[in-house]
Design a protein around this ligand. Structure first.
Ligand code: SAH
Length: 237
């Protein structure tokens, strides 16, 4: 198989977008408000399934560290990796002085996997695959870095007319929760596609959740409907 490098499997325009916004990453009223609002729900779900305390965790595409830092606060030893410099800088600065087992590195899953095969109890890769040209390579790299019996969590956006209407038209144009152009419809991934990428990498689907948003209460929740945003919990054979 062709070796997929950081350069070949990342979209420079996507990274530039995250670099440009990074200064506001921890501002809960900014473009990152949705990630802040989603975070307690996904964190609790991950913690309930894995028991984060004491676990070796890798957060792929960690951005400014919202999830990575919260997992470290639950007692996990967390490494966050990302290909965009500015979010990483913000993540590092935010963690400083907190005495958490939390480290950040500039890398992607494929390159990091070269030196970290079978090392992690838990890998998270949230809201990232829909920004990557070849998500299957990221899924395979995550699987390769997971210990047998370890966990891998992915979240992304389903691809169908409803997800186009809600996640792009609704979120970017009507509610303006995210800047226009944040998401490209062609990069959305159905649960069946992600499931196939995962099973090709010896990951078994254990649980799935849909991400629900109520625009009137502005609250997110995890529910059963996976037609728009969704999260998958996998275990390595
Ligand atoms: N996972 C975080 C941030 C999501 S934003 C969270 O859910 O809170 C998406 C992040 O993925 C950005 O920080 C972006 O720089 C990063 N990213 C995009 N393509 C990537 C790639 N190929 N490898 C690593 N990180 C990538």
């Amino acid at each position: 198989m062709e070796h997929i490098t950081a350069a070949s499997n990342a979209d420079p325009a996507e990274l530039a977008r995250f670099n440009a916004l990074a200064a506001r990453w921890w501002d809960e009223k900014s473009e990152f408000k949705p990630l802040h609002r989603i975070n307690p729900h996904r964190l609790n779900w991950i913690d309930k399934l894995t028991g984060l305390a004491g676990k070796a965790v890798l957060d792929v595409g960690c951005g400014g560290g919202i999830l990575a830092e919260s997992m470290a606060r639950r007692g996990a030893a967390v490494t966050g990796i990302d290909l965009a410099d500015q979010p990483l800088r913000i993540a590092q600065a935010h963690a400083e002085g907190q005495k958490l087992a939390l480290a950040y590195a500039h890398s992607n899953a494929e390159d990091w996997a070269a030196g970290h095969g079978g090392q992690y109890d838990v890998i998270t890769c949230m809201e990232m695959l829909e920004h990557v040209p070849q998500p299957a390579a990221v899924v395979a790299a995550c699987a390769a870095m997971t210990k047998p019996g370890g966990w891998v969590f992915f979240s992304t956006i389903n691809r169908n007319s409803l997800s186009f209407l809600l996640a792009i038209v609704g979120v970017e144009y009507v509610l303006r929760l995210l800047p226009r152009g944040t998401h490209q419809y062609q990069r959305f991934i159905t649960p069946a596609e992600l499931g196939a990428m995962a099973s090709a990498a010896s990951l078994r689907l254990v649980e799935q959740r849909g991400l629900g948003y109520n625009p009137f209460t502005q609250r997110f929740k995890l529910h059963r409907f996976t037609g728009v945003g969704y999260l998958l919990a996998m275990q390595k054979a």
